[in-house]
Design a protein around this ligand. Structure first.
Ligand code: PEP
Length: 264
């Protein structure tokens, strides 16, 4: 059985005092929610604060990106071991904002993925099509190319390692990220099923175990219907993760969701 997973992506938001309030409220409201997993991906400067507040809680934390190199003259970059040093267990990779605004490619996502799993970080690989690609009927082509770029570089050993670390896929249609538009549960299910089938081409057991979460304007008000879909194993939440009440409501829906895809 797959446990639901809800990941908050704070993007470039927060400050020491607002983070403290947000995290303290989340700790309190999620402390009894044992049936799903919860993660916050915070800006790097706040990882230390996040670790101090979240250690010994049921909320994990992670980075929003990572560099593929161990160390060196890469001004502004953060290595996988820097994230693990700060207690991160997860890292987002290939987020659409990184692809669109910072021109990151499928190839660089693959290199980062490889570096992340070598360091023991659970990668959350974001895939998804733009509006123009969606309208042109290219969703599956784009999602497949983004997945294949990473999967093709993984040796069998690397694939097994990624599975041991419970690698996660996040389907995030770019037209739904930060726009207030959400894919319908049926649209999300169709793509999630496609992603799972694509993983099955490599390994059927892995495909049944891997968690595929949906991202794109997830809110408490649409989470139930999305999480009800058989191949949707939770959510990647941007804007709504900055509001403790809204984010914990989404996490609680994931926690209480009782269909066969999320029993603890
Ligand atoms: C995201 O940042 O990955 C995201 C899905 O953002 P939002 O929930 O705001 O659409």
């Amino acid at each position: 059985m797959r446990r639901n997973l809800v990941v908050g992506n704070w993007k470039m938001h927060g400050n020491i005092s607002s983070n403290q309030m947000l995290l303290e409220q989340l700790i309190e409201s999620l402390k009894d929610c044992k049936n799903a997993d919860y993660v916050v991906c915070v800006p790097n400067p706040y990882l230390h604060q996040t670790r101090s507040l979240l250690q010994k809680t049921n909320i994990a934390w992670g980075g929003q990106n990572v560099n593929q190199f161990e160390e060196g003259a890469f001004t502004g970059a953060v290595s996988p071991h820097m994230l693990t040093d700060l207690g991160c267990s997860y890292v987002l990779l290939g987020h659409s904002e990184r692809r669109v605004l910072f021109h990151e490619t499928n190839l660089s996502a693959a290199a980062r993925f490889d570096a992340a799993i070598k360091a023991g970080l659970t990668p959350i690989l974001c895939v998804g099509e733009t509006l123009a690609e969606h309208d042109a009927g290219l969703t599956e082509v784009i999602v497949a190319s983004q997945m294949d770029a990473v999967m093709a570089t993984l040796s069998d050993e690397g694939f097994a390692r990624a599975m041991q670390l419970n690698m996660v896929f996040a389907y995030e249609p770019v037209w739904a990220v930060g726009t207030g538009k959400t894919a319908t549960p049926e649209q999300a299910q169709e793509v999630h099923q496609f992603i799972r089938q694509r993983i099955a081409r490599r390994n059927t057991e892995a495909a049944s175990k891997v968690r595929i979460i949906y991202g794109g304007s997830v809110k408490a008000q649409n989470a139930t219907q999305l999480f009800n879909m058989p191949d949707v194993d939770g959510g990647l939440v941007g804007g709504a993760s900055l509001n403790a009440e809204e984010f914990s409501a989404i996490c609680r829906i994931a926690n209480s969701h009782t269909s066969s895809n999320c029993l603890s």
